[in-house]
Design a protein around this ligand. Sequence first.
Ligand code: ADP
Ligand code: GN1
Ligand code: MG
Length: 375
Amino acid sequence: MEKVEKMNQNYNIEEVVQHFQFEGEFIKGYPYGGGHINDTYALEYKKSDGSMHRYILQRVNHHVFKNVDELMSNIIGVTQFLRDKILESGGDPERETLNLVKTVHDQFYYKSEAGLYFRAYIFIEEATTYDTVEKPEHFYNAGLAFGRFQKRLETYDAQSIYDVIPNFHNTKARFETFKNSVNEDIKNRKQFCQKEIDFLFEREAQMGILVDALESGAIPTKVTHNDTKLNNIMIDDKTGEGVCVIDLDTIMKGSLLYDFGDAIRFGTNTAMEDETNLELVQFDLNLFEAFVKGFLNGIDGQITEKEIELLPYAGMMMTMECGMRFLTDYLCGDTYFRIHRENHNLDRARNQLKLVSEMEKHFSDMQAIVKRNLG
Ligand code: ADP
Ligand code: GN1
Ligand code: MG
């Protein structure tokens, strides 16, 4: 069998793995997960006693994350902090947070001669990431885990965090970028998405709902994950619990509404993020309620009145923003999100905007759900 099932043309995994302190004999590596930005591989190793174990290896996309040193500094700081918190509460830090594996030169990442960046993690076994909610209790448990993650980081020094992608969830700034991409229309694709463009322009006045509240100080600035989709949490295969929050690249200062909202965007969609049959894209209110319950339990009171008032807007805003980002990338020629087919970003954008319109229909239901779960 080939040692690396799908070799990336720009680098050789068999060579890259030699730079890390992995235990045992390298057996094989294969592409893993469905992320849109980095390249992820699972690596299989055989220990001297014959047992097998795995690692995760990732090539960090340095076009998206322009300062990898700062990005890694955020991850090192946060994972070490979480490790201590997990130990304090009697948990298992090798399973409940990410653990970086160092390079042979005792560094937390390896930069190849070609200027590519790689890092590795201990593989969390007997846990799965899901692309859609298969059981409502998983989504409750995801809410609990993302809420706890937020609460655990409450005392983390926010000033030590680098802003690795400035204005990441600044929806107003995203709208400006979108507007420019429409005006420039460099790929001559505007003609294929006028309906979607109009949809976003009609909602221009809403773009500041979260970011204005944050900038005016009406809601607190916190350390947030910023990419809380369901496939960024490992669900324990036995207990169904959210065992570990992963994909920590976008940890930055922000609002807990970003984390709540992005999880709602992804998890309450009855279809996959890129489903093209828009009839299948519906907003599942029961899943919304499951997540609200879990998240509120997880943050355990660390939420203000104003944040509570904005919870029903958060999912809608994060979905609108994500749809707008996909549409911008489509207009710019698909340079940011990895695509697997023609018009993939347009499909994703249409899907997200359909979900926004479903959320709008259910806005007062969302408000009622938040109200009745405040207990
Ligand atoms: P991306 O930024 O590309 O989304 P992720 O860090 O989310 O990358 O990793 C992609 C996938 O790899 C995840 O959805 C998960 O299935 C898997 N994965 C990542 N880290 C681990 C880990 N430490 N243990 C097990 N699986 C992991
Ligand atoms: C990207 O890397 P991944 O697939 O976890 C993106 C998120 C989007 C998401 C949409 C750094 O996340 O912001 O919400 O795609 N990450 C970055 O699925 O832009
Ligand atoms: Mg991910």
